[in-house]
Design a protein around this ligand. Structure first.
Ligand code: SAH
Length: 416
């Protein structure tokens, strides 16, 4: 199933082109039409461009790409692959609508269209999440719940979003509705939980606009706490429906451990965690640093971050809800001393407001975490022209079976 790989939280537009091809034009060895794909809808969905390439070859292809892209900075470390690269995604999204015969379907938008490709199962997604989506679809007729028709604007159910927490086993179901009233709400919850007692919370999100964004602003919890908690690198993290959380928990631990080890913290440093989401990296770094400052644009994520710090008993961390660039300008103006900057921007990368002020603040180390090697390359060019040197590049395969690559890069300030 085509999935939201972008680091934008979940209120991002549903893309209708194949997984926002970061590496378009590159030769991807796909099976010929005569050989059947592992996934019957992969061609239409476009979410798993590499699903038919043996996993070790996928890794080789990704390594080659990083080597080419970053050749001027030295050789990247061998990419960290997964032992079991199937069914890794902890966040699953299905769009509900009508097919050409006006029958309800759940799946993904076909590339460059508003047609929905029905999806029964997916090699990327948590299998419990897939099963819950199937159950919800099966329950619709008996509860007389109509799916939303994009053309007429009639109907109720637009999307289902499921988040699973691998460590704690908690599961959140978000029903995105066109209007706030779910018929026989309590019985629906009962029926869904009868099939899937592992669901720990169910939230209604109301999206009444004609938009390609998945989530609307209004939320109502109809079962459980309205959020789930997961454990990562020994810390507990609360996740709200709209907060960003990395989609591959197994690889995320390795990604964060690499990032924090690159920083080489000694306990004396002031650390900035920019684009911090729910505060994951900063909180893992906090026990090794003097002080951590987190900045993040999304209000829900910042709320979660503050809660998470408290829950984990971390006292040397503060969070600010602000544009990272604007915040960085302010830090630079106040001549705030920052020793290490972790930065983990969305796919579009960072901006000159942020990068320029990082240069002014002059941290000893920058640890750049990126889900888009191309914007990473652009930003590295900027930083390396302004007195920083790339020390290490580590690819982490966060998105097996897709063309996407996550990277951690360590830069250090060149001594004058
Ligand atoms: N470091 C976190 C989140 C990374 S995703 C983690 O590993 O979980 C990127 C984050 O950047 C998202 O939470 C998104 O909401 C946030 N973001 C996007 N644009 C931003 C901006 N201009 N300023 C600050 N944060 C931004």
């Amino acid at each position: 199933m085509k999935t939201n790989l972008q680091k934008t939280g979940t209120s991002k537009p549903v893309t209708k082109n194949p997984a926002s091809n970061a590496f378009s034009g590159r030769a991807v060895k796909r099976p010929t039409k005569s050989t059947a794909s592992r996934c019957p809808v992969s061609n239409k969905c476009g979410g798993c461009q590499y699903v038919d390439i043996p996993y070790q070859d996928q890794l080789k292809q990704k390594q080659k790409l990083l080597t080419t892209l970053f050749s001027s900075y030295g050789k990247p470390q061998p990419i960290m692959g997964m032992e079991l690269p199937d069914f890794y995604r902890n966040k699953v999204h299905a769009v509900f609508g009508l097919d050409s015969k006006r029958k309800p379907v759940a799946g993904v938008y076909e590339a460059a269209s508003h047609r929905i490709v029905p999806v029964e199962s997916c090699f990327l997604e948590d299998q419990k999440a897939t099963a819950i989506i199937r159950t919800i679809k099966g329950l619709l007729p008996s509860f007389k719940i109509k799916v939303y028709d994009e053309n007429s604007g009639y109907g109720l159910l637009r999307h289902v979003l499921i988040r699973t927490a691998r460590e704690t086993g908690q599961i959140m179901v978000v029903l995105v509705l066109a209007s706030p009233i779910l018929p026989s709400k309590n019985n629906f919850v009962k029926a869904l939980r009868k099939e899937h007692p592992e669901i720990t919370t169910i939230v209604i999100n109301v999206n009444d606009r004609k938009t390609s964004m998945v989530l609307g602003d209004k939320e109502q919890t109809i079962y459980g706490k309205g959020y789930i908690e997961d454990v990562l690198c020994g810390k507990v993290f609360k996740l709200s429906p709209k907060s960003f959380y990395q989609v591959n928990p197994v690889q995320t631990s390795r990604l964060y451990e690499t990032a924090v080890s690159y920083a080489g913290l000694t306990g004396k440093e002031t650390v900035l965690d920019a684009y911090c989401g729910i505060g994951t990296i900063g909180m893992i770094a906090a026990e090794k640093a003097k002080r951590v400052i987190g900045v993040e644009l999304n209000q829900d994520a910042v709320r979660d971050a503050v809660y998470n710090a408290k829950k984990n008993g971390i006292k040397n961390i503060q969070f600010y809800q602000k544009d990272a660039g604007q915040f960085m300008i302010q830090l630079a103006e106040q001549k705030e001393k920052v020793d290490v900057v972790f930065m983990d921007p969305p796919r579009a990368g960072s901006d000159e407001a942020f990068l320029g002020s990082v240069i002014t603040c002059s941290p000893k180390k920058i640890v750049y975490i990126s889900c888009n090697p191309e914007t990473l390359a652009r930003d590295l060019k900027f930083l390396t022209r302004k007195g920083y040197k790339v020390q290490k590049i580590q690819g982490v395969d966060m998105f097996p079976h897709t063309e996407h690559i996550e990277c951690v890069v360590l830069l250090s300030k060149v001594q004058n």
